[in-house]
Design a binder for this molecule. Structure first.
Ligand code: ADP
Length: 170
């Protein structure tokens, strides 16, 4: 697996699967989630509703991942995962790592060759950006996967620089 990073918008990635930094409800939110639903159109939300009416009646637990159509996005699938909210008193790092691992397992089941990830939990969920980069890079590197390219998509220039340097030196 090749780990790359780009400065850009997750909704513009031409890949087999893009990962959504969703919330447990799967029914939309801000940040990446809002952008994916806005650009991907109502088909994604309809698929999420079906999941909520089916085996995910209680919502998607933190750290887990599930796939839907990508609607009108230039990708085939959206893999929704729920990052942990940052906590100063509790170590939720394992949950953050699970997001990357479980999303790649779903990608493997879909036979996706390339997958684009946002920096999970680093926005509305307030995870410190440098550690979010560290967890993303180290966890993805350790994954045993048939995915050929994993692309980290960073939305801000300074975060992209952090990721680029971390990937180069790893
Ligand atoms: P979370 O709720 O898991 O914190 P967010 O979507 O709020 O997720 O933010 C996760 C990261 O994605 C943040 O670094 C944020 O700046 C970035 N981000 C926001 N919008 C986009 C986008 N359209 N494409 C890529 N990254 C984005």
């Amino acid at each position: 697996m090749r780990l790359t990073c780009v400065l850009g918008d997750i909704t513009e990635q031409r890949v087999d699967a893009v990962v959504n930094a969703a919330n447990s409800s799967l029914l939309g939110g801000g940040g990446v989630d809002g952008a994916i639903h806005r650009k991907g159109g109502p088909e994604i939300l309809a698929a999420c509703r079906d999941l909520r009416n089916g085996h995910l009646g209680g919502g998607l637990p933190t750290g887990e991942a599930v796939a839907t159509t990508a609607g009108e996005l230039p990708a085939t699938w959206v893999i929704h995962t729920v990052g942990p909210v940052w906590s100063a008193t509790q170590d939720r790092t394992e949950l953050l790592r699970s997001c990357y691992r479980n999303s790649l397992s779903v990608a493997d089941r879909l036979s996706a060759a390339n997958v684009a990830f946002p920096l999970i939990s680093a926005g509305v969920y307030r995870w410190p950006v440098d550690d979010a980069v560290e967890q993303a890079v180290t966890t993805l590197r350790r994954c045993d996967t048939a995915v050929e390219e994993v692309r980290l998509v960073l939305f801000q220039a300074d975060t992209f620089e952090l990721a680029r340097k971390r990937i180069e030196t790893a």
